[in-house]
Design a binder for this molecule. Structure first.
Ligand code: G16
Length: 544
């Protein structure tokens, strides 16, 4: 078969964001846009030539076309073997699992995660390293540098591969193994959790659950694990067929976009437990009857109860959370006596901590949690963790959370997103905040006094990599905080995120309406950030 070497010119905008390169589908379909980025991965990761690669995506529009291009390029660049999910499908956690299990030289995952899909929507690509995790900054920067100097790419002139037939085939010199996307991941889960206990919970007839796959990648995974392996009733998984446009929805498991499942937890006939996952299956939302568990609380509860779960019964070495995530897990770590790390936003920052066994669990406010079982956050893993906990405790989700608050205090938490801002306006808010950092400490706002104000920077304790400009932190007495940062995952304009947190240790005040509790901090955020004046918005687009 013939290998073509094609001339190309660099694009300026191929620097990966928080999690890979995410752009509109039309951008990826421009001449050579995808090809340049893929060639930059292949050029900058020497292990791939002669090595092996895991490949798959969340099934969104352009997934199949992109897979064919990547296969032909991998073959032309000397990759020896590609492990591909049938239909070109792999959830992000399953891809991480396969990279580790097969000890490949990395993986390419096609997804724009929770962003909508379809011809007019988003697409994305990211490279995961041999530990199974998202490439750290040094690697993404090397890929980016290569995209800036690229002049040619190599591609095999070959027939398309039949993505839907399992088994092995040859593409030029390269072996393509098409595997069931679910089975290795399902096997991993069955080794972590007590499937017998969860089966008994479902068999008891006293427990009703629904899982919303949002027409995204987790449908087949959830069906096999929850309904087939654990005996949950048929129909437990809703919106379980992956679609290229996610059924026209926005596959982001939060109270706004996953309202269908939220509704099922409300009213007289409410179900006991509900959960949802996102486009590529790494996020999770946990709900009880009339009850929403914030991702930050979920992480803290997991840390506090982990020894009840088979895989973590020997205890945790430590935990980590991204900087804007609430400090609820810090309190657990202090009481139980393990380390707690604060990292920048982005799962890639947990990789070294997990690899060096400094932490066992980690999580983020952005509906992500995970453990050392893989190197990505893992939506279904979190759901199974909660199911296992419920199977052991046999109390409601709300009871578990309220008991946790009584034991550790409650970190009230909310996030306000201002989406689709003019990039200069958003940068203007950040600049305005930067200019005030020196003079804010000591300033009083009602009951709140600023204790510190800084721009978060992180030095990785394992390899010393330094990451600066990771968000503005304003800390008040008694652990209250306001954090401002710009999202690194959007594809249109800029998104300003404002994260608000306040701590309450009085059990009589732990069940108040969140909007009421947060109102003073919301006002302070506006006062300090001048968001309305600088962006023309009189309120956030999404509150979670
Ligand atoms: C990605 C990252 C997460 C991050 C989230 C939000 O998640 O993997 O670590 O917390 O984006 O990032 P930002 O606030 O910059 O938009 P996902 O699920 O989109 O891959």
């Amino acid at each position: 078969m013939h290998i073509s070497t094609c001339s190309t010119r660099p694009f300026k905008d191929q620097r990966p964001g928080t999690s890979g390169l995410r752009k509109k589908v039309a951008t990826f379909q421009r001449d050579n846009y995808l090809e340049n980025f893929v060639q930059a991965i292949l050029d900058s990761q020497p292990g791939l030539s002669g090595g092996s690669l895991v490949l798959g995506g969340d099934g969104r529009y352009f997934n199949r076309g992109a897979i064919q291009i990547i296969l032909a390029m991998a073959a032309a660049n000397g990759v020896a073997r590609v492990i591909l999910g049938r239909g070109g499908l792999l959830s992000t956690p399953a891809a991480s699992c396969l990279i580790r299990k097969n000890q490949t030289n990395g993986g390419i995952i096609l997804s724009a995660s929770h962003n909508p899909g379809g011809p007019g929507q988003d697409f994305g690509i990211k490279f995961n390293t041999p530990n199974g995790g998202p490439a750290p900054e040094a690697v993404t920067e090397a890929i980016y540098r290569r995209t800036r100097e690229i002049t040619q790419f190599r591609i095999l002139d070959a027939e398309s591969v039949d993505l839907d037939s399992m088994g092995s085939c040859q593409l030029g010199e390269m072996l393509v193994d098409i595997i069931d996307p679910v089975s290795d991941y399902a096997e991993l889960m069955s080794g972590i959790f007590d499937f017998d206990a969860i089966r008994e919970l479902f068999a008891s007839g006293e427990f009703r659950m629904r899982f919303d796959a949002m027409h995204a990648i987790t449908g087949p995974y959830a069906r096999q694990i929850l309904e087939e392996m654990l005996g949950a009733e048929a129909g437990t998984v809703i919106n379980g067929v992956p679609r290229e446009d996610f059924g026209g929805g926005h596959p982001d498991p939060n109270l706004v976009h996953a309202h269908e499942i939220v509704e099922l937890t409300r009213g007289v006939d409410a179900i006991d437990f509900a959960a949802a996952s996102d486009g590529d299956g790494d996020r999770n939302m946990i709900l009880g009857r009339n009850f929403f568990v914030t991702p930050s609380d979920s992480l803290a509860i997991m840390a506090a109860t982990a020894t009840m779960i088979k895989a973590y019964s020997n205890g945790l070495t430590g935990v980590a959370r991204s900087m804007p995530t609430s400090q609820a897990v810090d309190r657990v770590a202090r009481v139980l006596g393990f380390d707690c790390y604060e990292t920048p936003t982005g799962w890639k920052y947990f990789g070294n901590l997990l690899d060096s066994n400094r932490i066992t669990l980690c999580g983020e406010e952005s509906f992500g949690s995970g453990s050392n079982h893989i190197r990505e956050k893992d939506g279904l893993w979190a759901v199974l963790f909660w199911l296992n906990l419920l199977a052991i405790r046999r109390v409601s989700v709300a009871d578990i959370v309220r008991q946790h608050w009584r034991d550790y205090g409650r970190n009230y938490y909310t996030r306000h997103d201002y989406e689709g801002l003019d990039a200069r306006d958003a940068a203007g808010v950040v600049q305005h905040l930067q200019q005030q950092l020196d003079r804010l400490p000591g300033t009083r706002y009602g009951h709140f006094t600023v204790e510190f104000a800084d721009e978060f920077a992180y030095t990785d304790p394992v390899d010393g990599t330094h990451s600066s400009h990771q968000g503005i932190r304003i800390g008040f007495s008694k652990g209250s905080r306001i954090v401002f940062r710009l999202s690194g995952t959007g594809t249109e304009g800029a998104t300003l995120r404002v994260y608000l947190e306040t701590y309450e240790d009085n059990p009589d005040k732990q069940d108040l309406p969140i909007a009421e509790v947060m109102a003073p901090l919301v006002a302070i955020a506006e006062q300090i950030g001048e968001i309305a004046k600088r962006t023309g918005r009189d309120g956030p687009s999404v509150i979670t």
